[in-house]
Design a protein around this ligand. Structure first.
Ligand SMILES: C[S@@+](CC[C@H](N)C(=O)[O-])C[C@H]1O[C@@H](n2cnc3c(N)ncnc32)[C@H](O)[C@@H]1O
Length: 309
């Protein structure tokens, strides 16, 4: 029996959400194993993006960085969706954890899939709602405003695909993310995890000659208004958490594998379409993908879903 199955699935009361109605989300009795996970997060110090929403929207998605992110994630997820949709007529259940502006989720909703978007930030969800309204899918999406840790206590049917992009590095306790999300993915379903690559900041500063910065990096703390996260995790850590939660990694790619490092924009670097095409081409290739400012891991959950065995 899965952790989700072991929850009390009887409907209780609708969960409240300051950003609007959370139509599909229902509270349930917490399983004791899951409760121990979530209770550890009572004093949540994860990074709520309320004060960064505007800056994030302009700096990342106002230009090529966001285009590369969406293009690589879409390219990686398209074959997964095709695989999941083979021999089935009903739409997928997709969860976007820390969904932010919700771009990929809105596309999934436009394709007819059942989408739930979670974020701790009501301001980010307000931005996403505006985009969803413009796309004509606001009312088909289930909105959950609150820490992702709260999802585990809700009577949610497990998801075919859980996406969690650029959230891990903002968490106080990143090691709890993958095991918690594992409980939300159905057996043989997929987890799409994108996270900041700590090696990239070292490499970028090596290229730029910021050797003093590197000497001090042990004690580096990002500015509170910065989009550079304070708590990045390595690919080795992520692989370990995936294995412990019985995920098999199917794909690993890099996002922004060269364009972020360029100091002198010459030749093709001056043509955004070409940069995007080359980023896509090299995102999955060894060894270039390991230079990515972000890494993307797509993993499939074991068909055996009882984590207690
Ligand atoms: C860098 S943004 C990424 C947004 C989106 N996934 C994307 O790729 O564009 C990180 C998001 O995680 C949210 N977040 C941080 N901690 C969270 C938590 N514990 N639960 C849910 N969302 C969280 C922030 O509010 C923010 O919207």
């Amino acid at each position: 029996m899965s952790l989700i199955d072991s929850l009390d699935l009887r409907p209780k009361k609708a969960a409240g959400c300051p950003a609007g109605p959370c139509c599909a989300l229902i509270e349930a009795s917490p399983d004791s194993r899951l409760a121990s996970l979530t209770s550890a997060m009572a004093n949540n110090q994860d990074r709520n993006f309320d004060d960064l929403a505007d800056h994030f929207s302009r700096k990342i998605y106002g230009g090529i960085k966001g285009q590369i992110r969406l293009a690589v994630l879409s390219a990686d997820l398209t074959p997964i969706v095709t695989h999941l949709m083979a021999n089935r007529a009903e739409p997928l259940r997709v969860l976007d954890v820390g969904g932010g502006l919700g771009q990929l989720s809105i596309r999934f909703a436009q394709q007819g899939h059942h989408v739930t978007i979670n974020d701790i930030s009501p301001v980010m969800l307000d931005y996403a709602r505006v985009k969803a309204r413009e796309a004509g899918v606001e009312d088909t999406i289930s909105w959950h405003c609150g820490p992702y840790q709260d999802l585990i206590g809700l009577a949610l049917e497990p998801f075919d695909l859980v996406m969690c992009h650029a959230v891990l590095e903002w968490l106080q306790e990143p090691e709890l993310l993958v095991p918690t999300l594992a409980a939300l993915v159905r057996p043989e379903g997929y987890l799409s995890l994108c996270f900041y690559n700590p090696a990239s900041i070292i490499y970028r500063n090596l290229i730029r000659g910021n050797f003093n910065w590197l000497q001090q990096a042990q004690t580096y703390v990002a500015d509170s208004g910065s989009l550079t996260p304070n708590n990045p995790c390595s690919i080795e850590q992520v692989r370990g958490w995936m294995a412990q939660s019985r995920f098999e990694i199917q794909k690993e790619s890099g996002l922004r594998v060269f364009s972020d490092y360029v100091v002198d924009r010459r030749g093709g670097h001056q043509v955004p379409e070409l940069v995007l095409a080359m980023e896509l081409q090299y995102s999955g290739q060894e060894p270039y993908k390991w230079m990515g400012r972000y890494l993307h891991v797509v993993a499939q959950k074991d068909e055996l879903d009882d984590l207690s065995t």
